[in-house]
Design a protein around this ligand. Sequence first.
Ligand SMILES: CC(=O)SCCNC(=O)CCNC(=O)[C@H](O)C(C)(C)COP(=O)(O)OP(=O)(O)OC[C@H]1O[C@@H](n2cnc3c(N)ncnc32)[C@H](O)[C@@H]1OP(=O)(O)O
Ligand SMILES: O=C([O-])CC(=O)C(=O)O
Length: 372
Amino acid sequence: MNDIRKGLVGVVADTTAISKVNPETNSLLYRGYPVQELAAKCSFEQVAWLLWKGELPTEEELAEFQRLERSQRSLHPSVRRAIDDLPLTAHPMDVVRTAVSVLGALDSTLGADPTWIDAELTQQRAIALFSQLPAIVAYTQRRLWGKEPIDAREDLGYSANFLNMTFGEVPSETVVKAFDVSMILYAEHSFNASTFTARVIASTLSDVYSSVTGAIGALKGPLHGGANEAVMHTFQEIGTADAAAAWLDEALAAKRKIMGFGHRVYKNGDSRVPTMKASLELLVAEYDRPDVIELYDTLETAMVEAKGIKPNLDYPSGPAYNLMGFDTTIFTPLFVAARVTGWTAHVMEQLASNALIRPLSAYTGVDQREVP
Ligand SMILES: CC(=O)SCCNC(=O)CCNC(=O)[C@H](O)C(C)(C)COP(=O)(O)OP(=O)(O)OC[C@H]1O[C@@H](n2cnc3c(N)ncnc32)[C@H](O)[C@@H]1OP(=O)(O)O
Ligand SMILES: O=C([O-])CC(=O)C(=O)O
């Protein structure tokens, strides 16, 4: 019983070559590249390729990948029908989880079990999921607004098309870049709970759609991806910066967890926050909303003073997505669209060197007894 690590805290479960999270140096590397450099110099499409393949794409590889990605962007009619059958009260994470599951059932290449784990087919399915998720998330948002879907445009990059499919227009370059940066920062983070879920499912030799469907379920919770939505509720509950300190005192006295703060691995701040905060500041200037950054800074300072706990990536990305115009319940589905790259890269890595993931438990129930 002594060596049980509840929540697997500090347990190294396997090796990975996809990303390195280093809390000592407060850094995050994707395939060896610092994530903030990738955010400054690369598109999300290039980063997706890097995560899957281990190297940045050459010009030819990128052109071929973009051609393939753009050709699969349209919302599948059967997926639309499945979404339309769901009540408008369904949480968008449940809608997106269902849509991904439907995509799996529609994929005729799944066939019999050896094809479930075929490396080349799994890579193609990863690209299909990457291409389809913007249409699924954008339609989920538009449906909540009582609007029809907008056709995908093949002449636009990933983020510009995603925003156009949601809002019916391509916003300024600043907004498109801020969105692209958020996708890059959200793309991958080693053995977080949803990625580990994806790997557990892959380890049974199930298919990649099942892994991603399960991972979406794990991401939904507020201790993980659901925190970006929860941060916005906090901001709305507080209202203005002058109310932040008193709100925090009360929340901490009530033993509430402050969403968007703290992290299992980083104990001295999340490596991605400065990059996302810089994007948030650009959005604040673009939309002329200094009140947002005022509240952001005041709550952060009060939390650091009270508990010494710093923000994680969900803290700046929540208000950033709010300024862009997304409904709060769409924030975590945006995280899904980004993280599908990391999840699928991990599924492929797991399959390339598989061992069934099946830990032990220490039994604490009643001793063996006879049925009366
Ligand atoms: C992209 C992502 O998924 S990042 C994570 C997003 N999640 C959140 O923002 C939710 C809020 N944060 C949390 O709940 C936690 O910090 C987690 C789940 C992220 C990490 O949790 P753990 O590594 O298990 O840390 P743990 O929960 O043990 O916290 C250690 C101590 O700090 C406190 N603490 C940690 N985070 C917070 C928080 N956000 N608010 C208040 N107290 C906190 C805990 O209450 C605990 O205090 P205690 O020792 O007095 O009991
Ligand atoms: O690593 C974690 O535990 C959570 C996280 O920040 C992420 O998944 O991006």
